[in-house]
Design a protein around this ligand. Structure first.
Ligand code: ADP
Length: 569
């Protein structure tokens, strides 16, 4: 059913009469609280994270907004640069609703794009810089990017992608002297900012449901899906981050999580909300991380467990001591107990988050409970390895039997699928109504993650029903890797599953049947994949033999998953 309230029609649940139906039936729209008390400019504004920058630049104009090697900008300068960017994009023809893509590392232009692009009313499409040319071309084409901001260090791959496009975007080169590379466009980022008006009036969204970001996720099909996120969700999730991650005013935030990954889990906006300093970092390496923690007094950072692992196991010469305690949020996979303990000894307190691109990054947090203090280190690590409870800004997180859509028992044994609902769930997939409908059926977003719920209400992931492999924090579609293997002339059949990996969490493991009389080695197939796929997607294990099938001929991936798990590490 639907109901009309302030601001429009809202979808609640198509299938059942909810408690809200009953309550609203008893709350007529013409009662005294609804008459003469209208929404107007004075009492209602669409939520947007753009307001965070305005407020912080007004309140703390001289505080450091970002630091990158020897360059810095205070909040007044940061706002001015973002306004220039928005104005220059508008002058070059970017209109509200247009897509501006960014192929950038964690440098200031990427941060500025998170404000300057939506200030022009446009939608920011952040591209994973580790992708291969073919997928980048697909994303630019599918997202219909009008402009591409690209770091000149990535020129060879980007040029290859652009060369295949019928309607290539206008290219703006971000030239970083750290890795100058090659120029592809007609103007540099600095040249573009010079064209812009520093007093440009930002175009705030007329409706908070307007898109702010387009983030492609490998999903479960060969082609990535374009997750569309809106201003309201970005605002709320950023507020949720500050609350759930206990990030008080003036954090010093180190950019070890790629900003292209769900807009840096919305910390791009959340750190600005709290008038913090963004410490930009081009490469995630132990030396510069320790240096930043020691020299800039970093208080918060995020990253996949592999990044935390790298910090915990850094070589002695890369380490620096620091006085403050650091809070590090990790997600994408559960953090191993050893990493949690080692990090705590180093002065870094870990927090475990869980989420997906479809919900702006983290949706749940393994919130700390004071009673855990008396537990042994091992027991604390076991508690903290769970994915936890909902963010305060999400309406619902539950684990259901996906068929009956009924909650599973909270006994830590029964397994169901994690479902999410609320204002920090995506608008849907761009130009893909079938996938959107499928993802939202029965009024919940179906995550494809299989979990138990413990008696304290904390969820713990046990498996996945979707065909993805998560290696070093990056999602890999097994179907895409299979597609690459099938393009080898000697391959008859291929199936790719996740193999547990000490370093990467998981790695792609391929099971291959060759055509009669063909002889190729595992190395041959890996080399073949290298010509088609980004490095992180190449199978690290290739095993030959017949594939287990059902009576209808479907490959039984669960058997292969078990085989991959049983391989010696
Ligand atoms: P993220 O930035 O959270 O990795 P993606 O959309 O790339 O976002 O990947 C989402 C998937 O990653 C989830 O569906 C889940 O399978 C996995 N994932 C995310 N966080 C965790 C976690 N804390 N523990 C286990 N798996 C996780």
């Amino acid at each position: 059913m639907t109901w009309s309230g302030m601001g429009g029609t809202f979808f609640i649940d198509a299938t059942k009469e909810t408690e809200a139906d009953v309550r609203w039936a008893g709350h007529p729209q013409d009662n005294a609280y609804e008459v003469g008390l209208e929404q107007c400019a004075a009492n209602y504004a669409p939520l947007t994270p753009l307001s965070f920058l305005e407020r912080t630049a007004d309140a703390f104009p001289d505080r450091l907004a970002w630091v990158y090697v020897a360059e810095t900008a205070n909040y007044s300068q940061f706002r001015e640069r973002c306004r220039r960017l928005a104005s220059a994009l508008a002058k070059r023809g970017v209109k509200p609703g247009d897509t501006v893509a960014a192929m950038l590392p964690n440098t200031p232009p990427m941060l500025e794009a998170h404000y300057g692009v939506p200030m022009a009313g446009a939608v920011l499409n952040s591209i994973n810089v580790r992708l291969e040319a073919q997928t980048i071309a697909y994303i630019l084409d599918h997202g219909e990017a009008k402009v591409l901001l690209t770091d000149s260090g990535f020129a060879p791959t980007v040029q290859q992608a652009l060369s295949t496009l019928e309607n290539p975007p206008c290219v703006i080169d971000v030239v970083d002297l750290a890795e100058p590379g090659e120029r592809l466009g007609e103007i540099t980022y600095d040249g573009l900012l010079a064209e812009g008006d520093p007093s440009f009036e930002p175009l705030y969204p007329a409706d908070e449901w307007q898109a702010i970001g387009l983030n492609y996720t490998s999903g479960t099909t060969g082609h990535p899906k374009g997750v569309v996120v809106h201003h309201r969700g970005a605002h709320l999730n950023a507020v949720g981050q500050a609350l759930a991650c206990e990030m008080p005013l003036h954090p010093v935030y180190l950019w070890t999580l790629p900003m292209f990954h769900c807009n840096g889990w919305t910390f791009t906006w959340g750190v600005t909300l709290q008038a913090g300093t963004h410490i930009c970092l081009r490469r995630v390496e132990p030396g510069p991380i320790y240096e930043a923690i020691a020299d800039h007094g970093v208080t918060h950072m995020c990253g996949a467990p592999i990044v935390m692992n790298m910090i915990a196991n850094a070589p002695d010469e890369a380490r620096r001591s620091f006085a403050q305690r650091v809070r590090a949020m990790t997600g994408g996979a559960a953090p191993p107990a050893a990493v949690l303990q080692r990090m705590a000894e180093l002065g870094i307190d870990m927090m475990h988050l869980y989420g997906l691109t479809e919900c702006y990054g983290p949706a749940s947090v393994c919130a700390w409970q004071d009673e855990w203090r008396v537990l042994s280190a091992d027991d604390i690590a076991t508690k903290q390895a769970r994915q936890g409870v909902s963010y305060p800004t999400l309406e619902g997180l539950d684990v259901f039997d996906p068929e009956s859509m009924t909650p599973i028992q909270r006994n830590g044994i029964e397994i169901g699928e994690i479902m999410l609902r609320g204002n920090t769930v995506m608008k849907g997939y761009l130009k893909n109504p079938e996938a959107t409908e499928e993802a939202f059926k029965s009024g919940w977003y179906h995550t494809g993650d299989l979990a138990v719920i413990h008696d304290d209400g904390y969820a713990e992931i046990k498996d996945r029903s979707k065909d993805i492999i998560i290696s070093g924090g990056e999602n890999i579609s097994s179907i895409e890797v299979e597609g690459a293997l099938y393009r080898h002339a000697s391959v008859l059949e291929a199936a790719v599953v996740a193999r547990p990996d000490k370093t990467w969490g998981e790695s792609p493991c391929a099971f291959v049947t060759l055509k009669d009389g063909e002889h190729v080695t595992a190395e041959d197939l890996m080399a073949h994949c290298r010509t088609l796929l980004a490095g992180f997607k190449i199978p690290r294990t290739v095993l030959f033999g017949p594939l287990p099938k059902t009576s209808t001929g479907k490959i039984q991936k669960h058997i292969l998953r078990d085989k991959a798990k049983a391989l010696p590490s």
